[in-house]
Design a protein. Structure first.
Length: 390
């Protein structure tokens, strides 16, 4: 049956036609997305027509999919959030990643001073829901000194109940997230944060399975960059990895740049968790979207070498990665299906944040955040709320 055009002004409507459209759940071949006032109205077969809707025809072979949602973005476009925890910096970082299909993100601040953290919270509160900024991800400072990664030791802290006062401000910042080590916070800390709507994720941690399970019971719902900055799982020491792979309440982020996690190990994770609980993250640094081969991170020089971002002592420092590349790597290196790779970059992170009704899908009622991909899975263009970048 045909679809009647919307009864609103012509300027508010758009139809995008493509050979293949993935709505987050299934594929539509030779179809058209009907958008009105930035919201998806329907996906219809091409031969049913789009009436008098202004129509944009995508090149042959183009695929349309939900815009990517990145939960962990330290920087991009030459900007590091820790250097500039401001609204302008957040907008610039989001803009740098948009060309790679990311239409929503959580700018991420790694362990730093209290002043930097509160400035980042204020900036995210000002922007929430605009310019592709969903909220803020605070990665630290309440992490283990035994698993610092690139975090500076002098900024790593053990939490007290008093820290809930300033950290609780995140509850007013859209969709936000805190990465912490469960063994480094007092009893009830995770429960208080989770009860306020903040997503709490375990990372940079030495926590044993009992500690992790207690934190899950309190509201812990994620694991940050699975396998990295945490003990390896062994026969008698499952650790965080074992709990993450076996507990369906946890959503695990994973960095698929072919460096942070071996492709075979990543395949094991996807097999164990299933598509609904694995999310791709970039953990991106300022080099993404630039020709830079180095940057400064809190007084340390970080060099890009053969795709790796490393400090002078060889420690990995985030990733030179975008989500379109992560999707491609998931398919070509890890060997998971394109459907699952696309979901891991859109629907799953949206579900983790509790916003899957309007982000991460292209079903009726969702915001028209869309990425167009070539057959090689390179990002061609994006739309945010039905509008392309200028």
């Amino acid at each position: 049956m045909g679809l009647a055009p919307a009864e609103h002004g012509q300027g508010t409507r758009l139809a995008i036609s493509a050979e293949r459209i993935f709505d987050g759940y299934r594929w539509h071949n030779d179809a058209v997305i009907l958008i009105d006032r930035g919201v998806v109205q329907a996906i219809a077969p091409r031969d049913q027509g789009s009436g008098d809707w202004p129509t944009e025809m995508m090149p042959p072979g183009t695929m349309l999919a939900p815009g990517f949602v990145d939960l962990q973005v330290n920087g991009g476009g030459g900007i590091l959030l820790n250097d500039e925890p401001t609204p302008d910096a957040m907008r610039a970082i989001a803009r740098a990643h948009r060309r790679y299909g990311t239409t929503s993100c959580l700018p991420t601040l790694i362990s730093d001073t209290r002043a930097k953290a509160t400035a980042a919270i204020a900036a995210a509160k000002l922007l929430q829901g605009t310019g592709g900024i969903l909220g803020l991800h605070l990665e630290g400072p309440f992490i283990s000194r035994l698993r610092p990664g690139i975090h500076r030791d002098d900024f790593i802290l053990s939490a007290t109940s008093n820290d809930l006062d300033w950290l609780g401000e995140l509850s007013a910042v859209g969709s936000s997230m805190v990465t912490l080590a469960p063994e480094c916070v007092p009893a009830g800390f995770v429960k208080t944060l989770a009860a306020s709507g903040i997503r709490v994720s375990a990372g940079h941690s030495e926590a044993g399975p009992d500690t992790v399970m207690r934190a899950i019971d309190e509201g812990l719902s994620g694991v940050t960059h699975l396998f990295n900055a945490m003990p390896a799982m062994s026969a008698r020491k499952p650790g965080i990895v074992g709990v993450a792979l076996s507990d369906e309440r946890l959503t695990a982020g994973i960095i698929l740049d072919g460096i942070h996690v071996d492709p075979l190990v990543a395949r094991v994770a996807f097999s164990a968790k299933g598509w609904s609980k694995m999310t791709l993250v970039s953990d991106a640094m300022p080099t993404v979207g630039t020709t830079q081969d180095h940057f400064e991170l809190m007084g340390r020089r970080i060099q890009l070498r053969c795709g790796r971002l490393v400090s002078e002592n060889g420690t990995l420092a985030g990733a030179h990665l975008d989500l379109a590349s992560a999707v491609k790597n998931a398919v070509t290196l890890v060997g998971i299906s394109l459907d699952d790779a696309l979901r891991a970059a859109s629907l799953v992170p949206a579900r983790f944040l509790g916003i899957e009704q309007h982000r991460g899908t292209l079903r009726a009622g969702a915001r028209a955040d869309i990425v167009a991909l070539t057959t090689n899975l390179d990002a061609l263009t994006t739309w945010i709320a039905g509008k392309q970048p200028e």
